[in-house]
Design a protein around this ligand. Structure first.
Ligand SMILES: [Zn+2]
Length: 287
């Protein structure tokens, strides 16, 4: 049977669910002007992500890696959450969640590193007189930034992790010309740790590294009865594995994405369109 596109049928499933997990990918941030890696343009198109986003790549050429992440940091700092982020943030407010899913707990798992999911949750929680400390799971909501945050720095010597919203992180990066990756910044001019003086690296999860919170996320996926795949191709890992696990134990899977992808035909619901329009409408709109 092909996936349903019926909003009222989806709302009935949502209403009966007890544990909802939303797995979010790059499509969620498209309306905030955050391009995917491949869309980021300029010289970066010529680099394979695996040649930039690995510990080995950083060790071999920290200047190149930092210039790339500097550009991503600047974009993240200028971006603001869009209506899709805000719709998910509303689900993090227990009283609002209860209006559409009275018995449910909600967990947001984001693969994005732009920090917009957490910003939307923090802003929304504040509006409702709640507190959502940065980088923490609290009683307001469970939010897991499984691939870290582009605005975090991580010390390669002492392991200190810090949220740093300085723009730029250091003077040399201000001078680095986007698209001119041949400009080699001496290591001593790259960002260094305020505690121990060690070289800082971007605080994101790279290829070959373990995602954050894996154990907690799998525990939640194991007991979820509704999985929302949002802005992510449903055949790409880890979204595919989470969806299959939820379906395997009898839960439902709903896909929200700009276009359909391989594996969508096995899902229960499919809502195609820009996430910033589709998600608020299907979750809260008049149908
Ligand atoms: Zn350090």
């Amino acid at each position: 049977m092909p996936p349903s596109t019926c909003v009222s049928e989806f709302r009935s499933v949502l209403h009966e669910s007890t544990s909802i997990v939303a797995v979010v990918g790059a499509g969620l941030s498209a309306a905030s002007g955050i391009p995917t890696w491949r869309e980021s343009g300029g010289v970066w198109k010529t680099y394979d992500p695996a040649a930039i986003a690995t510990p080995e790549a950083f060790a071999a050429n920290p200047s190149l890696v930092w210039q790339h992440y500097h550009a991503m940091r600047e974009r993240a700092l200028q971006a603001t959450p869009n209506p899709a982020h805000l719709a998910l943030a509303l689900l993090c407010i227990p009283t609002l969640l209860a209006t559409i899913a009275p018995s449910a707990k909600f967990t947001l798992v984001t693969q994005n590193i732009d920090g917009l999911d957490m910003r939307a949750v923090q802003d929304t929680a504040k509006q409702y007189g709640k507190d959502m400390p940065a980088g923490h799971v609290c009683d307001v909501a469970r939010v897991f930034e499984m691939h870290g945050r582009v605005l975090d720095t991580l010390c390669t010597s002492c392991g200190h992790r810090d949220l740093n919203t300085s723009s730029p992180l250091c003077p040399a990066l201000a001078k680095s010309m986007l698209g001119n990756a041949d400009t080699k910044i001496p290591v001593e001019d790259l960002p260094h740790c305020g505690l121990c003086g060690g070289l800082l690296r971007p605080g994101v999860v790279w290829f070959e590294e373990l995602p954050h919170h894996s154990r907690e996320i799998w525990e939640i996926v194991d007991s979820a009865d509704l999985c929302l795949l949002i802005g992510t191709s449903s055949h790409v890992q880890p979204a595919a594995a989470f969806a299959y696990e939820v379906a395997d134990h009898g839960g439902k899977v709903a896909v929200f994405n700009i276009a359909s992808s391989e594996g969508d035909e096995e899902r229960d619901f499919l809502f195609l369109g820009p996430c910033a329009e589709m998600l608020p409408r299907v979750l809260f709109g008049s149908g």
